[in-house]
Design a protein around this ligand. Structure first.
Ligand code: DGL
Length: 269
């Protein structure tokens, strides 16, 4: 039965775990397979063609595993390749983009800051998204080179990460931003530090929860929901992990961010 199959979720590294957690909370009875393409991390400073190739490789792996849906838990990869994946696969493919729509609706000052990778902000998809909301608010885009690498090192609140974030956030604060979009799935892991720097008056918008609800909607629409938990289900066994990177390096951080042992499988593609 197709609804018994897993949902494949991937990112360049551990960032997509911030989305996976929302999917697990929203759909606790679904099988999930998370792939961190850590051997090719970060995507944000790579060419469009390379990111596209990596997305196709991960998607081919999910297809081989007979996944019933795929989630591109990465803004950069979505911008580069989601249209190809949708054209190639006959299953729901859910991508993500910086949450400009809710942020513009939420901002009272009408000044919204967007933190994202260079790959996302340089993409055609993002240009179109920005154009759509540019009349409704002042949108200030801040690429964050180096931040994903800090997070992948596990430096979630080191002095280096703090000063890097300070240099990205100060200009936005000076321009009167009252709403901040986390346009990369890695950034929720430094949200507490961002909160410390910007204070309580700026709203921080993340897309993880909205994506989880979209996954649920797509599964419902396609009649692919797995039936609710059975007594035989071991909840932690429903979520599996893999990485193209070095297991010894990836595993500690993956397990730390997930909050329990992840024992990722070594993936070679
Ligand atoms: N987490 C990814 C995103 O949402 C990309 C990070 C990277 O590899 O640069 O954009």
């Amino acid at each position: 039965m197709q609804s018994e199959e897993a949902i494949g979720v991937f990112d360049s590294g551990v960032g997509g775990l911030s989305v996976l957690a929302h999917i697990r909370d929203c759909l606790p009875h679904e099988r999930l397979f998370y792939v961190a393409d850590s051997a090719f991390m970060p995507y944000g400073c790579k060419s469009n063609q390379l990111v596209e190739e990596r997305c196709l490789s991960v998607a081919a792996f999910f297809a081989e595993k007979k996944c019933k849906a795929m989630v591109v838990a990465c803004n950069t990869a979505t911008a580069a390749a989601v249209h190809h994946l949708r054209a190639m696969y006959d299953i729901p493919v859910i991508g993500m983009e910086p949450a400009l729509k809710p942020a513009v609706g939420f901002s009272r000052a009408g000044v919204v800051g967007i933190l994202a990778t260079s790959g996302t902000v340089g993409s055609e998809k993002f240009r179109r998204l920005k154009d759509r909301y540019a009349l409704d608010a002042t949108l200030i885009v801040q690429p964050c080179p180096g931040l994903v690498e800090q997070i992948e090192k596990g430096d979630l609140d080191s002095e280096m990460t703090r000063s890097m974030l300070g240099s990205f956030l100060q200009p936005l604060m000076l321009q009167g931003v009252d709403t901040l979009v986390l346009g990369c799935t890695h950034y929720p892991f430094v949200a507490p530090l961002i909160r410390e720097i910007v204070g309580e008056t700026i709203a921080i918008v993340d897309t993880g929860d909205a994506i989880a609800r979209e996954v649920e909607r797509q599964l419902q629409l396609n009649n692919l929901l797995r039936s609710p938990l059975r007594l035989t289900d071991d909840r932690s066994a429903l979520v599996k992990f893999g990485t193209t990177g070095d297991i010894d390096q990836v595993e500690p951080l993956m397990s730390q961010l997930w909050g329990k042992d992840t024992s990722p499988k070594q993936l070679l593609f």
